[in-house]
Write a protein that binds this ligand. Structure first.
Ligand code: TXA
Ligand code: MG
Length: 316
């Protein structure tokens, strides 16, 4: 159900208990995670999950990530494996999502998986997310808390701007630390990178001791969420720009003359944390956005993935 008034909840024990209560009623709560704000609903409640799609205006073939409080909670819903154990030990809680075969009797709504026989699951590190998941004591389906196709939210204000009035509450815990969505690794078959994100590919390969297959776009069934145009500001975006052209505002990286800088010191972690907030900010200018070149190693791969989608041709 979508409510008309959206409550603003503070990330303290009262606010968290109230948020857990709203989730139990099948209502939607935007919650902070270390990556971006998520739009959470009870993953076992089909009505709640349907209202997530409704609030976001999201294509229904795009499955969602189930957020849980612990490894043992993940094991209740997904079939575990040695590789899952290795990655969970190394990176959970944290910005890594594992796609695993669903376990029999899982109880997860088919709307969460969009009918696939796999589940994307993660244990977030943000203390407020963890406290909420513990208080709720169940799986929370949560895509990024933005209207479908638009820039992901890294502050409660971003959530309000996109979804205010359409959801029950926003649990505000300030800006997100990582600023990029989780890395998604498929473990249902050969280990595959489905989406670059907050944990660098190199770290995952080092942990597993194998190279990951890298998802080819166009392979819609294994990573249905990989729509090409995504994270899109209103104006066109031009990448690898050495300087401004015409009306453009420049989003810089490193020591360049620009309108906003992702990281003056060319630090990729800082740039990741600033990426979406900077796009939100420059979007307000109404002018085309040019972006400095960003190296493709480590978190740079995830930053460039998001920027390529922001720059991709739009459907309409
Ligand atoms: O950091 C994050 O992951 C954030 C925070 C809120 O946790 N969430 C997030 O969710 O980015 P969302 O819904 O915007 O992206 C989920 C991605 C989509 O690309 C989707 O297609 C993919 O996960 N996905 C979900 N279930 C899948 C599955 N069974 N197989 C393959 N891909 C899946
Ligand atoms: Mg998203």
């Amino acid at each position: 159900m979508i409510s008309s008034g959206t409550q603003e909840l503070t990330a303290n024990p009262d606010g968290i208990e109230r948020a857990a209560d709203l989730l139990r009623q099948g209502l939607l709560v935007a919650l902070p995670t270390e990556t971006v704000y998520g739009l959470g609903g009870d993953a076992r409640n089909g009505q709640a999950v349907a209202s997530i799609y409704e609030a976001k205006g999201r294509p229904s073939f795009n499955p969602l990530i189930a957020h849980v409080a612990s490894v043992s909670a993940a094991q209740r819903f997904a079939q575990w494996s040695d590789q899952a154990e290795q990655l969970a030990q190394a990176f959970w809680p944290g910005p890594l999502t594992l796609v695993l075969p669903l376990r029999e009797g899982h109880g997860i709504s088919a709307l969460v998986t969009a009918g696939l026989d796999t589940l994307a699951v993660r244990v977030p590190a943000h203390p407020t997310a963890r406290a909420l998941l513990a208080a709720f004591d169940g799986p929370v389906a949560a895509p990024s808390a933005n209207p479908s196709g638009l820039i992901s939210p890294t502050t409660a204000d971003h959530v309000w701007a996109g979804l205010g009035g359409k959801i029950a509450a926003v649990l505000d815990a300030g800006p997100c630390g990582v600023g990029l969505e989780s890395t998604i690794v498929g473990l249902a078959g050969e280990p595959t990178l489905l989406r670059p994100g907050g944990v660098a590919l190199e770290q995952i390969e080092q942990e597993l001791g194998v190279h990951l297959h890298v998802h080819q776009s166009g392979d819609l069934l294994t990573a249905p969420g990989q729509l090409q145009s995504h994270y899109a500001p209103d104006a066109p975006v031009r990448l690898n720009a050495a300087s401004r052209h015409g009306e453009e505002v420049l989003l810089g990286f490193g020591p360049v003359d620009c309108d906003l800088n992702l990281s003056v010191n060319a630090n990729l972690t800082e740039a990741a944390a600033n990426l979406f907030a900077s796009l939100h900010e420059l979007n307000k200018s109404g002018r085309p956005i040019a972006v400095s070149p960003i190296p493709d190693a480590g978190l740079g791969a995830a930053i460039n993935d998001r920027l390529r989608r922001a720059a991709a041709p739009r459907d309409s």
